[in-house]
Every structure is written in C-alpha cells, then in structure tokens.
Design a protein around this ligand. Structure first.
Ligand SMILES: *Cc1c(COP(=O)(O)O)cnc(C)c1O
Length: 477
C-alpha cells in the first residue's frame, strides 16, 4: 500500500517549479518573492499531508502541479493581505472586545494620524525648551473633567489596577468583598492581579452579602487598601448587601486606610438621561471621596485602549514613580487619541453625538429602524437575497450594564439554499468581513452598531454570497 503513495509523493512539484509559474501572479499582487516562497512551501506541504492521510489527490504530475499552483496562489493572496482589517460590526454589541471595542471619532482618528506621521512634543516642554513629561498631556484634562486631584493614564485598565496595587499596597493586605472578586474576559481576575502586584488579598463577607462589620473585623495594622471592584459583567440579585463607595470611604477614613474603586468601564456621562439604567459616573466616584479610581479608555469612554488612574495627589505621586508606570506607559498615538476624545467631553451634549460609542448607545430606536429599512431595501435589490426588518435587542458590552438591553432593529438576511450558519460564515469571509449574529436559526444584522457608510459594504457582501448559493436546494442545517 505504501508504494502508490510514494509514487504520488515523488510526483509533487518542487518549490522552485511552483515559484516560476507564480511569478506573473506575484507581480500582479505586488507580493515579494519571500511571500511566493512561503506560499509555495505551504501548498506543497498541504498536498503532501493530504496524500499521506489517504485523501484525494489529482492523478499525474501535471495535474498535481496545477493543484499545487492554485493552492499556492491562494496562500500568497492571504499572506499579502493585512491580518488586522476593518470589519462591519452588525452584532448589536456596542463595546465588543473581540471587534476592537470603541471606534474613534473621525476627528480624533485624524489627530492620531497626524501625530503618528511625524515628530511631536511627546516629552518636550515647548515653553521651556527642555524635557517635558508625556503624562502631563492628558492629566490636566482628566482632572478638569472628573474633579480629581491628580491623574495618570497607562496601557489599559488591567495595567492601571496592577500598577495602583503594586505602588500602594505591595506587601500589605487589600480587603475585597467576596461578591466583587470578579473575572473579566481575557483572564483579568482580581485575585490573580492582586498576587502579581505583591499585595495580599483579604476576602471578606459572602458572595451575596457583605456588611460594614466584615470589613471592620478584617482591618488591622497591615491593611494597605480597601478595594471595591465593579461587577462589570454579572449582577448579584436577590438577598444582597454590599457597601456603597460612600460607606467604604467612611470606613477608610475612620481607620486611616485608603480606598480604591476599579470602575471597569467607567463613564463620564449619566446614561439614565437616555432611558438606560443609572450607573455611577467616574465623577461620582471621585466626589464620593475614593482615594484611587481606575477605568478603561476604550469601554464606555469611547476612546483608545488605555487605563486611567485618578485620585489623591500623594498616592498618584507614588504610582507615577513606580517602575511599572514606565513599563505601562502610553504610546504617542494612544495619547493623541485619548487627549482628542477627552477634549470632546468638554461639551457633553456634543460628545454624545461625536463619540461613536456614545452615539451608538444613545441613538433612538426609531433612528436605528430607519437605517434597518434602508439596508433592507438595498438588500432586496440584490437578486437571490431575502431581507426583512425585525425588532432586536442590542447590548452595551465591554462589561457595562450587563443586564441592560437596548431596543434596536435588525435585518434578517436569508439566501434560499443556504442555512443561517452558511450565510453567517460567508458574510464573515467577505473582503470586508460582516459580523452578524444567529438567533433561533436566523441570521441577523443589528443596525445599532452599523455605520451609514457600511450599508453598501453589507449589500456587496450579500450580493456576492447570493451568486454562490446553490439555487433551489433545501438549506443544510
Ligand atoms: C474591563 C475591566 C477591567 C480590565 O480593563 P482593560 O481596559 O480591558 O484592561 C478591569 N476591571 C474591571 C472591573 C473591568 O470591567
């Protein structure tokens, strides 16, 4: 049995043979020779593996070579395309961690591009003509917008929490309620971060109920911090008791222990004005007297990936001086994006319109419906596509308002002969991938998270998949 296999294997084309035949295509693709070599190797390896596994292989050296060539060209195409590409978020999850969380406001993205292209005063004091500090670029704005005494922005909120714990409570006990020992997606867990910071976790209370007396019993001369963590992605409901930040601050004052709140998402806007559940704002936490407050830059704030640390000046001075602060420092592009986004908050009413994350969350249902109707009309013009507008429920995502559903509208897209899963997969495989969701065996495009200019992209994706659908066949499950 080994003999025929050996025969086929020896008929596989060499990489050089394939490369010679790929040359014209590579020029057309604007792909360098290295891409051709890698693609040809992959193609030959794949065919060899297929033959060894006893799979089907073309008979004859020429047919094998042709098969290898088309595989190699496919690989070259993939290797030439960027790995990180824009996608259409039609999931209805506004802050979608897998899809890059917050899109930047266009004017903010322009600032980032301008700073990225050239030199800047990143660490240069233009007035004094000498070395300046990059952290000062956003500190003033953060204090102005939140009422905090001092501020520092770092790489992300996980870094902000790690840094604050390391700088303030290393080698000391940090008291946390058992109801707040949260795990956020992507392996951020309070106990693990605590361990890495060198602080010692002191759990108090129970999962559903923690009382002031629980904290009081645990506080001793080695207590370094009282920590409150936002239960970002779950809710404890029913017979519950937890301390408000005010209560915790009261306890901290009484025992001379600083209090830190990890807000997670953290918002500067009170969303209850838009009919959503009221969540405490960053400003509320600062006003309540928290010594340290941390939150993300790319969740409800609607800016770039970053972690913001606000608080009392003496503590922030210690945090800024810690070696981890240098390790977690922000790049100029992020600083440009964060500064640009924060500047928009000086006019909150305008910010809600110009910051895409805020605009998506607060857009009235009827306005989403109009966009859904426009998409539905566009799609129905494409032959072989069925589309209709259906009510849907969007989510904020990113660990904010976990129970909140925002009324929305979606377009249900179907193609005769294709199952919902096949439609989902094909839309995801388009040049500009379109990511929707499947609900009760229907493929839905939630329009709350789709921008106007993306409607044409969705139409093109749907039109291309209708062309490939095997007409008249019953959908495969
Ligand atoms: C999201 C979140 C984090 C992590 O923030 P990143 O910016 O993703 O690093 C930490 N704590 C809480 C409570 C969160 O919700």
């Amino acid at each position: 049995m080994a003999k025929p296999k050996q025969g086929i294997l020896s008929a596989l084309p060499g990489v050089d043979t394939l490369l010679a035949r790929m040359e014209g295509h590579l020029t057309q693709m604007n792909a360098p020779k290295s891409v051709g070599v890698a693609a040809a190797r992959r193609a030959v390896d794949e065919l060899r593996a297929r033959i060894l596994e006893g799979g089907e292989a073309p008979a004859g050296a020429r047919a094998l070579e042709d098969a290898a060539l088309s595989l190699a060209l496919e690989h070259a195409e993939k290797l030439s395309a960027p790995n990180l590409v824009p996608v259409v978020n039609a999931t209805g999850v506004v802050v979608h961690t897998n899809l890059g969380r917050s899109p930047l406001a266009p004017e903010v993205a322009d600032r980032v591009a301008a700073i990225a292209r050239g030199y800047s005063n990143l660490e240069f004091d233009l007035a004094a003509g000498k070395r300046g500090s990059r952290t000062s670029l956003v500190e003033g704005l953060l204090c102005e917008l939140t009422g905090a005494e001092a501020a520092l922005a770092v790489n992300n909120n996980a870094g902000a929490v790690l840094l604050a714990l390391a700088a303030v409570a290393r080698g000391r006990e940090v008291i946390v309620s058992r109801g707040e020992l949260v795990e956020i997606g992507g392996s951020f867990r309070i106990p693990d971060v605590m361990a890495q910071s060198g602080a010692v976790l002191q759990e108090v209370g129970t999962t559903n109920r923690t009382h002031p007396a629980d904290y009081e019993r645990a506080i001793n001369e080695n207590t370094g911090l009282l920590l409150k963590a936002h239960t970002s992605n779950f809710a404890v409901v029913g017979f519950t008791r937890s301390l408000s930040l005010e209560e915790l601050v009261g306890l901290g004052k009484k025992h001379h222990v600083p209090v830190m709140e990890d807000l997670g998402s953290g918002t500067l806007i009170d969303f209850s004005r838009f009919g959503l559940t009221r969540e405490p704002t960053v400003t509320d936490s600062v006003a309540a007297g928290a010594d340290i407050v941390t939150f993300s830059g790319d969740k409800m704030l609607g800016g770039p990936q970053a972690g913001v640390i606000l608080g009392k000046k003496p503590l922030l001075d210690r945090i800024k001086a810690h070696p981890l602060a240098r390790a977690l420092r922000l790049d100029k592009m992020t600083l440009a994006a964060l500064e640009g986004t924060l500047r928009l908050y000086r006019d909150p009413a305008a910010a809600v319109k110009s910051i895409p994350t805020l605009a998506r969350i607060t857009e009235p249902e009827q306005s989403v419906k109009k966009r859904a109707q426009r998409l539905s009309r566009l799609l129905r013009k494409a032959p072989g596509v069925a589309a209709r507008v259906v009510p849907a429920k969007s989510k904020v995502g990113g660990g904010a308002l976990p129970l909140q559903e925002i009324p929305s509208f979606a377009v249900e897209l179907s193609v005769p002969g294709l199952s919902a899963n096949q439609v989902e997969e094909a839309m995801r495989a388009f040049d500009t991938p379109v990511i929707g969701r499947i609900e009760e065996d229907r493929f839905l495009l939630d329009l709350r998270t789709v921008f106007d200019h993306e409607l044409a992209v969705i139409r093109d994706a749907a039109a291309s998949l209708a062309k490939t659908a095997p007409e008249g066949k019953a959908p495969r499950p």
